[in-house]
Structure formats: structure tokens, C-alpha cells
Design a protein around this ligand. Structure first.
Ligand code: HDD
Length: 703
């Protein structure tokens, strides 16, 4: 009988275990293990006298405290992490020799960190921003990091522009405002003279930038990478993460309210989902392009401002990632985890995308100041489960006790150990690519179509999504104080779509400029034709792509959706129980919200307990709302301003609303149209309500 394999996901947990402690049933000690007898008073010269320097217990404690902060990440400072595992559906050996992609029986442990980009560590989760989607695979062959975002393109094409871009979007230097927001002058100043950003601007102004949940957003590797099979044959690959719960967002006004009501909304949602056993699941998808097809498309595969439309190269779903364990300690794991696009395993390699090439320098470099030492790989969360043997030595906070008498290679004194691995033994071998060219500080002319794919994105959106993009641009540019910047951005938008530009201009009270200012970031080779190095458009293989619109996402489940029941004394318990059971059965969660905490009297059965009061709850923290009947309950609620506001907001944010029997009175008191409004179920029918919640939002109500 075949030996049962230990799953690798256990391997990482086992590796972390000896580094954990929980203090249960233990004495309080110093860092030297000495038991502490009094943790309440410093050592003093007399009861009313000065503290003594010799109090080593007090000094150790305060010294540690004084130094317990480390620099936050320069970008992606705000993040939330989770453990899990990845498993491939079928072997990908035809395309890559990466072990974890070859064996469907293998469960590879992962640690994932989701993040926002611009805000500080303590900033709101609901900022309009890109979300980081970084996955560390602890494979048998070493760590592989896929450091992506929830948008498949980027603002700039060359890494040398990254510090400029980040300085522009971060709070302005003189007064450090605004926090976690791109709606300010320096960001839009930069964008207004950076036409290559237009495609990404469409994504960031879309609802993708305000996800409902980290569990309900896509992830992308962004760059084109390379896979290499055992025979050494390469192919290009683009990575996608597809959430099984679909891709959903909140409304912009809602996002702003959530930022006040619960700035940890996404972090809490992820944590609670995992704690309650609703493990987030994402399928890994790949778009594979044979090397021979490199120049087949009207966009350059090396240009990170371009996608390959899914209609042109379909996404093949090759495996699944499940996030099934919360970290034990935020700092030790989520804060100290160090990702790097250069953490590769045999079978995966880079391309010459100039944004990716610069990243390969930055991520290792930044850990040195963030984590303070080249030994950051020894921090438990960063350790590979594959063995590490080399001649790197010493440095701050070194943990490993290297026992060999030689720290160089080749050597004879240690019999040549540790020795190089042949490719057949799994030695990493960079893909052999022929490079012929002049050393040049410039950009390929194939990188200058800045508008076609921005237009492709915009034209692929539903009417409501287009309206949201227009409103987002009006909001962002409305916060800009410099009119010239607004005009320049509207000018760039007119290259994407004239109706879009006109609508934004109208909201800003300006006109669409007739002529585009010449971009200032041109670099034309001495023998190049300047015309080819100007922004221009190239016809794309498709004019619309269904995959780009969230309107086309899966809408067949209400799993993990949170539904508020508005109840007061005298509520009809049969209606509460009936609806609750139906929703729970469909995988949703229910919270009873009442005017006050504690017991709520019911008609027909024993009291029920309120989960929250109308004071602490808010409709923006829920996916849908149900108002059961019971004459007294309905009377109380229809006179309660917070209850009325709750329903009005839920309606305004286009959420499913259901009422049963006298609950209709409450709905009427809100002024919300009770009949014929999409997503409003007035007969308390659970089935209709479940279908409505699964639709996520009824944006048509906005019109
Ligand atoms: Fe980056 C962090 C994703 C371009 C330099 N980046 C960081 C994180 C994500 C990304 C998800 C957070 C990782 C974590 O959770 O610890 N970055 C991207 C994507 C990019 C991108 C998808 C473009 C396609 N980044 C990019 C460029 C540079 C950097 C061009 C520099 C030239 N990024 C960094 C960094 C960070 C980082 C400064 C900050 C903290 C860290 O690395 O560990 O090195």
C-alpha cells in the first residue's frame, strides 16, 4: 500500500509551531527567563523615592517597548494576512516543471497578504485604491512569491517612475494630507502628464477599487511571466486569481461611510470568515501564450499597462487556493512577511517587462530597512519548508548556527559541501534567452498605445459601472484644486472616450480641451521616427470583453452575506425564525438589530436577543435588510429615525430589502417605493429574498 503523504500545508504549520507561545499556566518572566515577582512597582529608594537604575526588570521592559515599532511598508502598509494551501487540479508538466504545479496530490502551504497601496498601516480598508494580492507558496523546491494586485495592469510602464508615482499619490509632503486617498492635486498632476496611466485609471476609478470583501475580488500577476518545462521549452504566462464567491463591490458613498463606522471592515470580514469556517477560495487561472506568438498581438506582452483579453486567450483554471487559518500573531506573521517577485522556483521565470525588472531590485532592498537585516529570511513566516544550505554568514539577528568550518565554495575541506545542484537535481537555471540590442535608455515603440485598452475597459462596463466611473472621476477631480490639472486629465479622457470626457467635464464645469498637451516623458532613439513614439491607438482584437465587467460575475450564492433583521418589542417570532432558517440554510448570516441591546419581546414565542443596537449598527455594514412584522414592533420602528435611516440607506445603496406583514408599514414610512422597485421583496418570501441578495446590488435604482 502506498505510504500516505504528509500534506505540505501541515509542514509549514509544524515549522511555525516551536516558535509560538501562549503563556497559559506559566509564570511571568523576564526575557532571560527569570520569574517576575512584582510587575506593578519599580524598584525605588524608599516608598516615595526615585526609581533605581539597577531595576533591570523595569529597564528591560521599557527598552523593549521603546523599540517595538518597525518602519511600515513604503507602499502596501495596510494589510491583512491568512494561511492556507494551494492544490493544482491536474499536472501542468507540459508547460512548467514547477513541482507544486505538477502534482495534484500535493498541497502546498501558502501565506497570503491582501493590502491597500497608498494608506498608512492604520488607514481605512475602504479607500479607493488598488488592492495588493500577494501569495507566498512554501513549495518543496523553495519559496515562490506571486506578488500581484486586484487589477491586471499598472499606472506606469517603467520601474524608474515608481518613486515619482508613489510620491505623487502619497499624502502631500508639506502637510501630510490626505491620508489613503488619491483625490488630491499631486496624484492627478502626475496622471495628467502620464498618458500611459489611462488604462489603470479606468480600473481604479471603477468599483474594483472598493471591493465588498477581500474574498470577493480577483487577483492578477500583472506582468507576463514565463513557464519552462522539463525539456527547457518556455511559454508566456499571465496569472489570474478568480474568487469562487464572485467579484463584488460596495457603492462609493457606502465606502466612505464604512470608513467611519468600521475602518477595519475588510480585515474583520476576512478574519470572521476564516474563524467561522467559511474559508475564502480562489481558483488560479493562467493565460498561456506560446513563445512563437510573442509578436502576434497589437499590444506588447512586456507592457504592464496591457491585458490579454480573455476572449483572445482564455483563462485556464488550473488549481485552487483555500485560506483556512488566521495568523496567530499579526506582527510576527502579517507584518514581518516579506514578499519578493524574485522569489522563484525552477519552472518559472521572468520576462523583460521593464516594470518587473525594477521590482526585482526593490523588494529585496526594502526588506533591509523594513526588517533591519539580511537575515529576514530566518523570521519564521519567511522560512521556506525546503532546506537552506549556503555560505552566507552572520549579520544582525542571525539565528542559524552554521556548524561547517568552511564558508566558501568550492572547497575541499568540507568535501565541497554544500555543493551546486545540477538541473536534473532541481538546480535553478535561468531561461536561456537570446538578447541582441543596443544599450539604450528608452522605451519600445510598441509601448505607446495608451488609450485603446482604456477604451476597451470602459466600453466593456455596464451602464451603471460606466456611471460609477464618471462619478468617481468627478469626485476625484472635484477634490483637485488646480483647474489646469482637471483640464489636462479631461483631455486625456477624451482620447479614451468622448462621452466619458464630456460627462466628467460637465460635472466639473469645464470644457473638453481640443488639443492634447505633448507628454513630457518621451525618449526617442537617435534613429527613431518621433511620430511612432507619441501616444497613439492601435486597433484591438476585441471591442468589448465580458470578463472586464463585474456585472457578469457569478450571482448564484449568498454564502457569507450578512443580513440585518430590524426588530423591536412585539416582533413576529415566526417570521423572524422562518426567514432566519432559510437564510442560514443558504449560507448567509443573520444579525438582529433592535433599538436597544438585550432581550426583545416577541409575539408568539420566547424573547430573542439583539446582536446589535441601532446605535452601533449601520446598514453599510450589511448586505441586505429584512423587516419582519408584528404590529408593535413595526410601530416602534417606523417612529425610530435610525431604523428609517437604516432602510433608506440600504435602498440608496441598492441592496436587497424584504419586509413581511406589518413590516411593510416601516418601509412605507421611509418613502422607499415599496412596489415595483427592483430588489424589494414585500411579501416576506424567503426564496425571492435569497435570489435578490445573490444579485448583490440593484444599481438600476440609482437611475
Ligand atoms: Fe510593489 C510591495 C504589488 C510595482 C516596490 N507591491 C508590494 C506589495 C504588493 C505589490 C502586493 C505588498 C506585499 C506585501 O504584502 O508585503 N507592486 C505590486 C504590483 C506591481 C508593483 C502588482 C506592478 C505590477 N512595486 C512595484 C514597483 C516597485 C515596487 C515598480 C519598485 C520599483 N512594492 C515595492 C516595495 C514594496 C512593495 C517598495 C513595499 C513593501 C515591500 O515591497 O515589501 O518594494
Amino acid at each position: 500500500m502506498a505510504k500516505k503523504k504528509t500534506t505540505l500545508s501541515d509542514k509549514k504549520a509544524e515549522q511555525l509551531a516551536p516558535h509560538t507561545e501562549d503563556g497559559a499556566d506559566q509564570f511571568l518572566t523576564t526575557n532571560q527567563g527569570v520569574r517576575i515577582n512584582d510587575n506593578q512597582n519599580t524598584l525605588k529608594a524608599g516608598e516615595r523615592g526615585p526609581s533605581l537604575l539597577e531595576d533591570f526588570i523595569m529597564r528591560e521592559k521599557i527598552t523593549h517597548f521603546d523599540h517595538e515599532r518597525i518602519p511600515e511598508r513604503i507602499v502596501h502598509a495596510r494589510g491583512s494576512g491568512a494561511h492556507g494551501y494551494f492544490q493544482v487540479y491536474e499536472s501542468m508538466a507540459e508547460y512548467t516543471k514547477a513541482g507544486f504545479l505538477n502534482d495534484p496530490a500535493r498541497r502546498t502551504p501558502v501565506f497570503v497578504r491582501f493590502s491597500t497601496v497608498a494608506g498608512s498601516r492604520g488607514s481605512t480598508d475602504l479607500a479607493r485604491d488598488v488592492r495588493g494580492f500577494a501569495v507566498k507558496f512554501y513549495t518543496d523546491e523553495g519559496n515562490y512569491d506571486l506578488v500581484g494586485n486586484n487589477m491586471p495592469v499598472f499606472f506606469i510602464q517603467d520601474a524608474v517612475k515608481f518613486p515619482d508615482f508613489v510620491h505623487a499619490v502619497k499624502p502631500e509632503p508639506q502637510h501630510e494630507m490626505p491620508q489613503a486617498a488619491s483625490a488630491h492635486d499631486t496624484f492627478w498632476d502626475f496622471i495628467s502628464i502620464m498618458p500611459e496611466s489611462m488604462h489603470m485609471i479606468m480600473w481604479v476609478m471603477s468599483d474594483r477599487a472598493i471591493p465588498r470583501s477581500l474574498r470577493m475580488m480577483e487577483g492578477f500577476g500583472v506582468h507576463t511571466f514565463r513557464w519552462i518545462n522539463e525539456a527547457g521549452k518556455g511559454c508566456f504566462v499571465k496569472f489570474h486569481w478568480k474568487p469562487l464567491l464572485g467579484v463584488h463591490s460596495v457603492a462609493w458613498e457606502e465606502a466612505q461611510q464604512i470608513s467611519g463606522k468600521d475602518p477595519d471592515f475588510h480585515r474583520r470580514d476576512l478574519w470572521n470568515a476564516i474563524e467561522s469556517g467559511n474559508f475564502p477560495e480562489f481558483e488560479l487561472g493562467v493565460q498561456l501564450v506560446p513563445e512563437e506568438d510573442e509578436h502576434k498581438y497589437p499590444f506588447d506582452l512586456l507592457d504592464p499597462t496591457k491585458i490579454i483579453p480573455e476572449e483572445v486567450v482564455p483563462v485556464k483554471r488550473i488549481g485552487k487556493m483555500v485560506l483556512d487559518r488566521n495568523p496567530d500573531n499579526f506582527f510576527a506573521e502579517t507584518e514581518q512577511v516579506a514578499f519578493h517577485p524574485g522569489h522563484l522556483v525552477p519552472g518559472i521565470d521572468f520576462t523583460n517587462d521593464p516594470l518587473l525588472q525594477g521590482r526585482l531590485f526593490s523588494y529585496l532592498d526594502t526588506q533591509l530597512s523594513r526588517l533591519g537585516s539580511p537575515n529576514f529570511h530566518e523570521i519564521p513566516i519567511n522560512r521556506p519548508v525546503a532546506p537552506v544550505h549556503n555560505n552566507q554568514r552572520d549579520g544582525h539577528m542571525r539565528q542559524t548556527i552554521n556548524r561547517s568550518g568552511t564558508a566558501y565554495e568550492p572547497n575541499t575541506m568540507s568535501a565541497g559541501c554544500p555543493f551546486q545542484a545540477k538541473m536534473a537535481d532541481g538546480g535553478f537555471h535561468s531561461y536561456t534567452e537570446r538578447i541582441d540590442g543596443q544599450k539604450i535608455r528608452g522605451r519600445s515603440k510598441s509601448f505607446f498605445d495608451h488609450f485603446s485598452q482604456a477604451a476597451l475597459f470602459y466600453h466593456s462596463q455596464s451602464e451603471a459601472e460606466q456611471r460609477h466611473i464618471i462619478n468617481a472621476l468627478r469626485f476625484e477631480l472635484g477634490k483637485v484644486t488646480n483647474t489646469d490639472i482637471r483640464i489636462r486629465v479631461v483631455g486625456l479622457l477624451s482620447e479614451v472616450d468622448m462621452t466619458l470626457a464630456s460627462a466628467v467635464a460637465e460635472g466639473l464645469g469645464i470644457k473638453v480641451p481640443e488639443k492634447l498637451e505633448e507628454p513630457i516623458n518621451r525618449s526617442i532613439p537617435a534613429d527613431g521616427d518621433p511620430a511612432q513614439y507619441q501616444p497613439h491607438t492601435v486597433k484591438q482584437p476585441v471591442e468589448k470583453s465580458a470578463a472586464l465587467s463585474m456585472a457578469n460575475t457569478v450571482k448564484d450564492t449568498i454564502k457569507t452575506r450578512i443580513v440585518a433583521f430590524l426588530v423591536a418589542d412585539g416582533v413576529n417570532s415566526t417570521e423572524v425564525t422562518g426567514m432566519k432558517e432559510a437564510l442560514l440554510k443558504a449560507g448567509a448570516q443573520v444579525q438582529l438589530i433592535a433599538p436597544h441591546l438585550g432581550s426583545v419581546k416577541t409575539v408568539g414565542s420566547s424573547d430573542v436577543q439583539a446582536d446589535q443596537s441601532l446605535l452601533t449598527a449601520a446598514s453599510v455594514l450589511f448586505d441586505a435588510v429584512f423587516v419582519p412584522g408584528g404590529a408593535d414592533s413595526a410601530n416602534l420602528l417606523q417612529q425610530h429615525p435610525d431604523a428609517i435611516r437604516f432602510i433608506n440607506e440600504a435602498y440608496r445603496h441598492c441592496k436587497a430589502i424584504a419586509v413581511a406583514s406589518e413590516g411593510l408599514q416601516v418601509l412605507k414610512a421611509t418613502g422607499v417605493p415599496p412596489k415595483e422597485a427592483p430588489g424589494v421583496v414585500i411579501n416576506g418570501q424567503a426564496k425571492a429574498f435569497i435570489t435578490a441578495i445573490a444579485q448583490h446590488r440593484f444599481w438600476e435604482r440609482e437611475g
